[in-house]
Design a protein around this ligand. Structure first.
Ligand SMILES: [Zn+2]
Ligand SMILES: [Zn+2]
Length: 346
């Protein structure tokens, strides 16, 4: 066991504070990672506040982890000391179910093991990336290509794969009109990735406040959803709408923007149930769908794709003492576009 410094929420809704946690000794297939950067995801806040149901405390959030391998177990074959690596939202799964065998570990039928706020298959609680080191089985570690600096790579491990996976699954590409709802941590990466995939990209944001950034980062069009004219003008336009917002949406209004056979895919998760008039999907044979992160192999594919296309997150680098302030700012959508913690400051 190694004692490492971390930032933890001692209880639901309590401010995060500096503490120490124990990391397990490296086992046969484990790698020890010296964490350099950890992104702050909106879901860290949902969980630290118990917005998604009962949580485990103390909680060390953080599932956008980028760092360097500093020790490997005797059975490790994929990584060596010094490799640049990342860890995303899960650190284990059953590995034998139908979904795990297909590389869809995120949908493991036995439940994947979350990077934090979870109990590992060894019975011990998991602690996330707001810490100086983490020990992870090599099969749940991905390689960060040299072309992506580690600080802007960190948010790709959740926000990047969460948008990449549905964009690929629903075939965003040349000739396709894709809308991204919300232009925050997830949304700005969705725009960059959809653009790099060759789609015609429209941002649907509450206001035009971030329009200049949107157009600069790859959007072809930018509309304000607070303007009712947007919904008239864009009726029946899109093949795919990717909603990244975690506030409840007027789903019927957004479904009206799809072409026949179009899909509205939700990757943001509101805390409250939503309601829908099903006529919104009957007319035009539309699909309302959801998608969660991506499998390990697909996460590696996403990182390689991002390196090839020069994609990293737009970040505000902060020190650990600024985490609580950053949480407040994320909740008021005041971040361009992802906070990343320099974990050397923990
Ligand atoms: Zn996340
Ligand atoms: Zn499984």
């Amino acid at each position: 066991m190694t004692t490492v410094a971390a930032y933890a929420a001692p209880a639901a809704k309590a401010p995060l504070e500096r503490t120490t946690i124990e990391r397990r000794a490296v086992r046969e297939f484990d790698v020890l990672i010296d964490i350099e950067f950890a992104g702050i995801c909106h879901s860290d806040i949902h969980q630290a506040q118990e917005g998604w149901g009962k949580a485990i405390f103390p909680m060390v959030p953080g599932h956008e982890i980028a760092g360097v391998v500093s020790e490997v177990g005797p059975g490790v074959t994929k990584y060596q000391v010094g490799d640049r690596v990342g860890v995303g939202c899960m650190v284990d799964s059953c590995r034998v179910c139908e979904n795990c065998l297909k590389g869809l570990e995120q949908y493991c039928l036995d439940g994947n093991t979350g990077t934090y706020n979870a109990i590992g298959r060894d019975g011990e609680p998991t602690y996330g990336g707001y810490s100086q080191k983490v020990v992870v089985d090599e099969n749940f570690v991905v390689r960060i290509p040299d072309g992506i600096p580690l600080d802007v790579a960190a948010p790709l491990l959740c926000a990047g794969i969460t948008t990449y996976s549905p964009l690929r699954h629903w075939n965003a590409g040349p000739g396709k009109k894709v809308a991204v709802v919300g232009f925050g941590g997830l949304g700005h990466l969705g725009v960059k990735i959809a653009h790099a995939l060759g789609a015609e990209v429209t941002v649907l944001s509450q206001s035009l406040r971030k329009q200049d950034d949107g157009l600069k980062l790859g959007a072809d069009h930018y509309y304000a959803t607070s303007d009712p004219k947007t919904f008239e003008e864009l009726r029946g336009t899109f093949d795919l709408i990717l909603s990244t917002v975690s506030a409840p949406l007027d789903l019927g209004a957004f479904l009206s923007l799809l072409r026949t056979d179009g899909a509205l895919v939700n990757v943001g998760a509101p805390e409250e149930p939503v309601s829908l008039n099903l006529f919104s999907v009957i007319g035009g044979r539309k699909t309302l769908a959801g998608s969660g992160i991506g499998g390990i192999q697909e996460t590696q594919e996403m990182l390689d794709f991002c390196a090839e296309h020069g994609i990293g997150a737009e970040i505000e680098l902060i020190s650990a003492s600024e985490i609580n302030e950053a949480y407040d700012r994320v909740q008021s959508s005041d971040v361009r576009y992802r906070f990343v913690i320099d974990t050397a400051t923990i």
